[in-house]
Design a protein around this ligand. Sequence first.
Ligand SMILES: *[C@@H]1O[C@H](CO)[C@@H](O)[C@H](O)[C@H]1NC(C)=O
Ligand SMILES: *[C@@H]1O[C@H](CO)[C@@H](O)[C@H](O)[C@H]1NC(C)=O
Length: 390
Amino acid sequence: MSDGYYSSKKTDDICEDVCGQGSKAAATISRLKCVLQGFDLRTYLLLFIVMPFVIFAIYLHGQKFTYFFRPLWESPPKPFQTIPHYYTENITMESLCSLHGWGIRESPRRVFDAVLFSNEKDLLTIRWKELYPYVTQFVLLESNSTFTGLPKPLVFKSNKDKFSFVEPRLTYGTIGGRFRKGENPFVEEAYQRVALDQLLRIAGIEEDDLLIMSDVDEIPSAHTINLLRWCDDIPPVLHLQLKNYLYSFEYYVDSKSWRASVHRYRPGKTRYAHYRQSNVVLSDSGWHCSFCFRYISEFVFKMKAYSHSDRVRFSHYLNPRRIQDVICKGTNLFDMLPEEYTFKEIIGKMGPVPRSFSAVHLPSYLLDNAEQYKYLLPGNCVREKQTGFI
Ligand SMILES: *[C@@H]1O[C@H](CO)[C@@H](O)[C@H](O)[C@H]1NC(C)=O
Ligand SMILES: *[C@@H]1O[C@H](CO)[C@@H](O)[C@H](O)[C@H]1NC(C)=O
């Protein structure tokens, strides 16, 4: 210790000698030297090794810092009023409506299910088979542009034969992309939703028909839609609380998905949207399966195409081997922290999503065709090699 004291003392002495004399410029330079000499080794270490490391870490994980501290700068949205949901098999519709405090109608409402389609072929099949008994018209719009302005093949059009089971009830439309470079993806998305409003009118939607607004991967359960078409006093705009799954029904995340909604259509008033439009949500109304794709190539496409493509911060995120690894571990494709509003929830959800071994209460078409869709069921995280076209 005394040695250290001695050497720094000595440095100060030298400095005093030098700093006291010479021209102005020389004085400045030598003063700089003095300052540098005044730093000890630890300061240099901090400046040239620790600091770059910290900056690099912030560059790699900056998003995590902001997500982790989100509870400090953002308060949670106003909570929904959750309507309890009753259902059992073989119960009369009259008692079911009355359990919810609603009366029963003489005839059910007509139901329109409208989606913007990207490339979710399997989930579209499972969705349409689930809802088929109760839907009057399926309305599907697809564009040759992704929300991020990348050209996209008309996947539905080239697979139309696989969806012949809905043919008599289908209103299908296409729209040309605008392909604006560098634009916020939400603008293209909004543009496509406006076109979907027009397509709904073409499909013949009328006052008080039920309209389901949801993404393809947000699948309401059939009994939920049956309930809502039969009961009279349901709210004009009702959100559906769905169970969140990731990659397949093997990874159950939580039951907090709420973006899907059901509207009693009002001509000139109802607009197709995918954000919060009322304060009521019906509990346990179906499934939201994010990134539930059969092929790794479809993961890559979706990661580049969807509205949060800015999350692909490093190109190695798109590496197929990494993606397969992420799926089987139940970790995050974008290496992000959970998007939550309290520290308790963020910390509680950090790390991989635990595996679920339940395949109870899933869409019935999935279990009727378990072999064909086994990648969506527990125990089958390894994706098959792609053969032929998408
Ligand atoms: C369903 O309800 C009918 C009529 O109430 C009854 O006869 C039948 O046994 C019930 N089936 C089941 C599986 O509970
Ligand atoms: C997209 O579709 C529009 C309208 O059909 C067409 O004019 C345009 O050439 C298409 N663009 C691409 C990149 O396929």
